[in-house]
Design a protein around this ligand. Structure first.
Ligand SMILES: [Zn+2]
Ligand SMILES: [Zn+2]
Length: 389
């Protein structure tokens, strides 16, 4: 038995090593150390996230609590319609697409640099693979299968999202490298899936992503036969970014129709989109309010003429409420204003605001919301001249 395992292990190691480019292997000192002080500055996903898709964006509406799980509106409606093909997705970090926040963008930009092979990309492989491995391990330790499926408790199969014709196989490289940190029973099957249609998702709308992903992925046939290792298995599909979930959903349908017991996802970054505009009440009228993210120090820029603002923040778990408070008067320069809101669940939220001068004509408002991290706050500023009846 040990001999069979040994031979299999040898082949597995050979296949994984072959998936790692020589340029990445050459920066061996970094491999396996698994940490990089630069990347450690990226923002982690907050504890208050959708149980299913890892999103933690307070810009979203319709959060719901189902049992002891918090779900975003998209996942909740997909669950109701039995249209969620995966059980759970874990991502270690989050990044807002196009975010001006350096701390948010760090991991995001590192992944793009690795993917597009900018200078020094080889050195990013080890820390990014470590993050992917952490997400995979989190899936394995928290995976809760429905009772009927967990009795079977099938083997784990880790499969990267494939690139078209295996060109630029960065997810495959990261998955192969991550294997060094995974338990033996979760060794990657790097060639499980094939992408048979070429398209680039970047810049596509949500609907376009879903349309483009449909039927784009298939199982790779081996020795002319379909894959038997998927039947009854718990498959973890790995990817770099998880944005709308279109890619993962399509891969999940493919492996589920091949008989997988359950499909999970593991990614490095959960991408959330730039905060949008909302119509909010202002003095008996409606104002077009632009929601902005606060910076790493909890500050949002304001113009000298901005007299009021809105705050959007989430209540504590397990409450699903997301509050939009306002209009709130902007305090005088260097004055501290304290506001309190009572949530329907009984939690009192205390928010402190301070207006600060940044030099020149630049001002900002600093927001301190209890013990919460500033990442979970959006500040709304009314657009001048867009107030209407
Ligand atoms: Zn969700
Ligand atoms: Zn609450």
């Amino acid at each position: 038995m040990a001999g069979i395992r040994g031979a299999r292990g040898w082949w597995r190691a050979r296949r994984l090593a072959a998936a790692i480019p020589a340029a990445v292997r050459a920066v061996r000192p970094a491999l396996g150390t698994g940490s990089d002080p630069l990347l450690a500055r990226g923002e982690l996903i907050s504890a208050r996230r959708c149980w299913y898709c890892s999103i933690d964006d307070v810009g979203l509406d319709t959060w719901v609590v189902a049992g002891d799980r918090l779900a975003c509106g998209d996942c909740a409606s997909a669950l109701l319609g039995r249209g969620l093909p995966y059980v759970r997705v874990m991502a270690l970090h989050r990044g807002r697409a196009g975010s001006p926040r350096r701390s948010l963008g760090e991991i995001y930009h590192a992944l793009v640099a690795f993917k597009e092979r900018h200078d020094g990309w080889e050195g990013l492989a080890a820390p990014l693979a470590h993050m992917l491995a952490t997400s995979i391990r989190q899936v394995m330790t928290t995976a809760a299968l429905p009772a009927a499926e967990s009795r079977r408790g099938g083997p784990w199969v880790v499969a990267p999202v494939p690139s078209f014709q295996a060109l630029r196989p960065h997810v495959r490289i990261l998955t192969a490298l991550a294997a060094a940190e995974l338990p033996y029973e979760a060794a990657p099957t790097l060639d499980l899936l094939v992408k048979r249609v070429d398209f680039v998702q970047k810049g596509m709308s949500r609907a376009d992503r879903w349309r483009a992903s449909a039927d784009a992925y298939v199982l790779r046939r081996r020795w002319g036969r379909s894959r038997s290792e998927v039947r009854g298995a718990r498959v973890i599909v790995t990817d770099d970014f998880f944005t709308t979930g279109a890619t993962l959903a399509e891969c999940a349908w493919v492996v589920r129709s091949a008989g997988a017991a359950a499909v999970y996802g593991a990614a490095v970054v959960r991408v959330i989109l730039a905060p949008g505009e909302r119509l909010l009440p202002l003095r008996g009228r409606q104002a077009r309010v632009q929601l902005r993210e606060v910076d790493a120090r909890g500050r949002a820029p304001i113009a000298a003429g901005d007299g009021v603002l809105w705050l959007r923040f989430a209540c504590v778990l397990p409450c699903a409420a997301v509050h939009t408070a306002g209009p709130i008067p902007v305090p005088g320069l260097d004055r501290l204003a304290v506001h309190r809101w009572l949530c329907q669940c009984g939690v009192a939220h205390v928010i402190r605001l301070r207006r600060e001068w940044l030099g020149g004509t630049k001002e900002c408002v600093a927001v301190m919301l209890g013990t919460r991290r500033p990442a979970e706050i959006l500040v709304g500023v009314a657009q001048e001249g867009t107030t209407f009846a």
